[in-house]
Write a protein that binds this ligand. Structure first.
Ligand code: AHR
Length: 677
């Protein structure tokens, strides 16, 4: 009895101490405990990555550097994006590219003073910069043997009040009646954002017409100088994130509104001129943001995605169609492929693995080599189905899993938990994913601030033995406006402390969507906003970068009053996590103060290695001038910045140290790097 009473008074005393610690000491200091003796779960190299989709003109008109819209005249309205003048005719049937059958014929306008030609409007303008070089190319032929004709290429500024609209000009002589590729490099004398490309039939011989197909214009300076390349600035921004994984090609575009317009990777490889056009569902998904000229040319296709993954150092993660159309857009169960007729879909998956990894004697490995990459791309992950749900998903995923396991046990399969972060669909799918034995489950959550404020411990109680988590699409959508706010980025940073603390369960996380054109967006917020001339990295980009550049290798226990620092009820909006980085022998502590008030913080470190000391501490701080201020519309200003400073090293005594961080301002995200010596 006495012992019990004694015990309970001890427990009460413990509870009082814990309550004090969870708030602050008497002097108002919040004390966090870091146990350096216990490096825990490994942080996967794939932990922080990128989700890419051709939404918001992310590919055509965005990352893909092609400047000509409808270059193959295959849009359903064949001259969409073009103005034609004089003798212009759209023809088909005897063009050079079977899967893009249309081309145009330019014939004399009938009078010396009249002109024949085409003008392309580009994507929100043909934008060019003074002194930069642009590579024009076209497939062309004369309409009869032995004749030759000239075309004149111009980059123009139609709105100028100056003497001439022409900023760059080149002639190309078409010398054969056989389809041939011609190129010319143009160097504009002015910088113009809303320019146009003009192609004239120059000095026409009345008898001779010229046929044109695949009219293309790229900056010479693309990412790594590839022809058919990517915008250097946008690709560099991806590289600078040091992403661990690169998921492509989406998103809903994997699914298609109808099966015919689902994403089919085989249409996106091989010669770029012969990749067939596809619908882009973001053209019409939101009628209030309608873009009738938004299509997928597949110039940025699976080969380019694999190559980009390699060049930015990320594991490629393709997602393929599982035989379902978009379940949001189509509730007709007959719109999907019957579950017993999936053979060619499963074959697509097997062929994709061969394309990525097969040796060059295989059909698809040979194509990869022919395209310029004989070495395998080392594909390890495959998503099967995007944001699918219900038994219709499970019954289609099952045969994929069976075949992939049998033929490619080395490939990790990613299944879906549906479109919601919780609820019926989610609760149904997770056990099904376990039953099917997928390796990772893709979770999506676009949620408001309050959801994020309660998500600090989301993964603390996940089954450690089940499939791992791929937080494949997430972003905090502000309650004030669905723009990019500094405050929403801060909530994303808060969520990520929980991902990091649970790195044994969460193996990948990718913010979504990645890109948005300021004049062509359908969905926001997004990580990077761009127009034709430049870009703005949002606060969310800064958060992602602070995590990926400070990823570490192993989780370290960091607690407040014995509990995770996860914005718990008595923690007043404080989130924190810690990792060891074995690469440079340092500890990295991330602290997110989401509260409206500053917080005085101290960290008590124990379990330091014998004889270790701590060097000068690097502090990276993400602060916003106005937490609710937003990057909106075409305004590409952001209101936050990352600053770097240092903090003196704390003394180490008996393998412990006390690190006073001082006052961490309200609404701040900080990363501390403590080098061990
Ligand atoms: O990221 C935008 C869309 O959100 C994705 O295409 C889809 O998977 C999700 O619904």
């Amino acid at each position: 009895m006495k012992i019990n009473r004694l015990l309970s008074s001890f427990l009460c005393a413990g509870a009082v101490l814990a309550a004090t610690a969870a708030g602050a000491t008497d002097s108002g200091v919040t004390v966090l405990d870091l146990n350096a003796a216990k490096p825990g779960a490994e942080i996967q190299p794939t932990m922080y990555g990128l989700f890419f989709e051709d939404i918001n003109y992310g590919a055509d008109g965005g990352l893909y550097a092609e400047m000509v819209k409808n270059r193959s005249f295959e849009f359903p309205q064949n001259l969409m994006g073009w103005y034609s003048f004089g003798g212009v005719e759209v023809r088909e049937g005897d063009g050079p590219f079977e899967r893009n059958p249309h081309y145009v014929r330019l014939s004399a306008a009938g009078h010396d003073h009249k002109h024949t030609g085409l003008e392309n409007e580009g994507f929100f303008g043909v934008s060019f910069k003074e002194g930069e070089q642009y590579r024009f190319s076209v497939w062309a032929r004369t309409d009869r043997p032995g004749a030759s004709a000239k075309i004149r290429i111009e980059l123009v500024d139609p709105a100028t009040g100056g003497e001439s609209q022409v900023c760059a000009k080149k002639h190309i002589e078409i010398t054969s009646d056989k389809w041939t590729k011609y190129t010319a490099v143009l160097k504009p004398t002015a910088t113009v954002s809303k320019g146009k490309l003009r192609v004239f039939l120059a000095k026409p011989d009345d008898q001779c017409a010229v046929d044109l197909e695949h009219v293309s214009l790229f900056p010479v300076n693309t990412w790594k100088g590839h022809e058919n390349g990517l915008r250097a600035d946008l690709a560099q921004a991806l590289y600078d994130l040091k992403p661990g994984v690169f998921r492509f090609p989406g998103g809903c575009i994997v699914e298609g509104t109808e099966l015919g317009d689902r994403y089919q990777w085989k249409n996106t490889v091989g010669p770029v001129e012969n990749r067939p056009l596809n619908m882009n569902r973001w053209h019409y998904t939101f009628p209030k943001r309608f873009f009738p000229d938004y299509y997928q040319t597949y110039g940025l296709g699976f080969y380019e995605y694999f190559l980009l993954s390699e060049e930015i150092g990320a594991e490629p993660l393709p997602v393929i169609n599982v035989g379902l159309v978009c379940q949001y857009q189509n509730d007709d169960l007959h719109a999907h492929v019957p579950s017993d007729s999936l053979d060619c879909y499963i074959q697509d998956a097997l062929d994709l693995i061969e394309f990525a990894n097969g040796d060059t004697t295989t059909t698809w490995g040979a194509l990869r080599a022919e395209m310029g990459h004989p070495a395998p791309f080392n594909l390890k992950f495959l998503g099967v189905g995007n944001e699918q749900w219900g038994p219709e998903y499970v019954e289609r995923l099952a045969p994929f899993v069976k075949t992939l396991r049998a033929k490619h046990p080395e490939i990790k399969i990613i299944g879906s938990s549906g479109p919601d972060s919780e609820g019926d669909k989610f609760d149904y799918l997770w056990p099904e994913m376990k039953r099917l034995g997928v390796d990772l489950v893709d979770e999506h959550f676009y949620r408001k601030e309050d959801w994020f404020s309660k998500c600090g411990t989301r993964y603390d109680n996940y089954d450690r033995k089940g499939p791992k988590v791929f937080a494949g699409e997430y972003a905090c959508h502000g309650r004030k406006k669905k723009y990019n706010h500094f405050n929403t980025a801060l909530w994303e940073a808060a969520l990520m402390t929980g991902l990091e603390r649970n790195a044994d369960v969460v193996h990948m996380a990718t913010y979504a969507p990645l890109f948005a054109h300021t004049e062509g967006w359908q969905w926001r917020p997004d990580m990077i906003w761009f127009d034709n001339m430049g870009m703005t990295k949002t606060s969310s980009y800064n958060v992602q970068q602070l995590y990926s550049l400070n990823k570490g290798t192993n989780v370290l226990p960091l607690t407040l009053g014995g509990k995770p620092v996860a914005g718990l009820d008595d923690q007043n909006g404080l989130f924190a996590s810690a990792v060891l980085d074995k690469n440079d022998n340092s500890y990295i502590i991330k602290i997110v103060n989401t509260a409206e008030t500053p917080r005085d913080i101290r960290i008590d470190i124990k379990g330091l290695p014998k004889k270790a000391s701590i060097g000068s501490i690097k502090v990276l701080s993400l602060d916003g001038t106005d937490a609710l201020d937003a990057l909106e519309g075409t305004n590409m200003q952001i209101h936050s910045k990352v600053t770097e400073s240092t903090l003196s090293a704390p003394a180490v005594e008996k393998r412990t140290a006390t690190l006073s961080l001082g006052e961490i301002p309200a609404k701040t995200f900080r990363v501390y790097r403590l080098p061990l010596r």
